[in-house]
Design a protein around this ligand. Structure first.
Ligand SMILES: [Mn+2]
Length: 363
């Protein structure tokens, strides 16, 4: 199905209006509301939701309904990501067994939410094929909304797509797959006439030695990547890219996360070196296992760092681990930080989108 032609929507933005862009909400309605409030979103802005508003987080159905209500106001425009294409399940019963397995494994997501809202226990279902007809009848507006959404939105100066655009290829010749599934799009060489604004790939994964969840802007390629790792990363945030008016390249952003904010009291010098161990490249050898911290060697690079022992997935000598860094942030008294983790040595915090350690006092 995803090799089918993509639907493209053209949008003209009224003069003087801000464009706000949010991607990869992943069912996290409090973060979505939070970032809109922080951006001061109003009826005099245009909001683009750049795909993957569903799945992985706790409230996909609630997020969908909130998004539908925003779209009814006329100034919100959503497009589909690779996690949102659920309306396709009514075109064939072929994959129903796998879909049911997915629902039972995740215990969250749009279908999980709909089944529960319809009073159906997912664990009691004999087959998904019969009950999905019930879902179709029970949630007609939700399915109609999803079935209409485009895979890209184009304005005179920007293309909004969930994951990627292929350079040199007409937007209208793209398949759904090409726009919604490419990983690490920013690592590919390209140069676009219009700015391409994507989500899909958490921007922290572009960092080598440090972790920063703020949007990445490549002015050579004309690509902006905005996925702050909401839901997917423990220290993730939801970004809203702010474009002051159609045609502007003066990109700004606000970010939202739900961590407690505290004030730095002591000056801290940054570490001379640091490393970021991340998903997909997270095999470590445990050199000394401790109660709270363990000294580990990252297998591929040989880099050694202390990792919170609870971040090690197994008790083995070689194990995968949660995303982590030993980056010590440059901080000054008065800086506001979000506290992600506390430990006996210090806190793992975020400062202006960058995650790392702080060993001084907080108030
Ligand atoms: Mn995605």
């Amino acid at each position: 199905m995803f090799d089918e032609a993509a639907r493209i929507e053209e949008l003209s933005v009224p003069a003087g209006r801000r464009l706000l862009v949010v991607s990869d909400i992943h069912g996290n309605l409090p973060y979505f509301r939070g970032v809109l409030e922080r951006a001061g979103f109003s009826d005099r802005d245009e909001l683009i939701v750049d795909g993957d508003f569903l799945e992985k987080g706790e409230d996909s159905l609630g997020t969908l309904r909130f998004l539908m209500a925003l779209c009814r106001r006329g100034n919100t425009h959503a497009l589909l990501g690779n996690c949102d294409g659920w309306s396709d399940i009514f075109r064939s019963d072929k994959g129903d067994e796998q879909i049911l397995q997915y629902i039972l494994w995740r215990k969250s997501g749009l279908l999980w939410g709909m089944l529960n809202a319809a009073g159906l226990d997912p664990f009691e279902l004999e087959s998904f094929t019969a009950c999905k007809r019930q879902l179709l009848e029970r949630f007609p507006e939700e399915w109609a909304f999803l079935a209409r959404l485009p895979h890209a939105i184009e304005t005179p100066h920007y293309i909004f797509a969930h994951a990627a655009v292929i350079p040199g290829k007409s937007l209208r010749e793209h398949t759904q797959d090409e726009l919604t599934r490419c990983d690490a799009f920013m690592r590919l060489p390209h140069r676009f006439d219009k700015w391409v604004i994507v989500g899909h790939y958490p921007v922290v994964l572009y960092g080598g030695d440090h972790v920063c969840a703020n949007p990445v802007i490549d002015r050579e390629s004309r690509v902006v990547s905005i996925d702050g790792g909401c839901v997917l990363k423990d220290d993730g945030q939801l970004n809203a890219l702010i474009i002051p008016f159609e045609g502007s390249e003066d990109f700004r952003h606000v970010a939202y996360d739900a961590f407690p904010v505290m004030t730095v009291e002591d000056l801290q010098e940054p570490s001379a070196r640091s490393y970021y161990i991340r998903w997909g490249d997270n095999r470590v050898q445990v050199l000394r296992r401790g109660e709270e911290f363990s000294l580990c060697r990252h297998v591929r690079t040989g880099y050694e760092m202390e990792i919170l022992t609870k971040y090690l997935f197994t008790g083995d000598a070689f194990t995968d681990c949660n995303d982590c860094t030993d980056d010590v942030l440059a901080l000054r008294p008065g800086d506001k930080v979000s506290v992600v983790e506390t430990s006996s040595r210090g806190c793992f915090v975020k400062h202006e989108g960058r995650s790392g350690w702080y060993f001084g006092a907080l108030s």
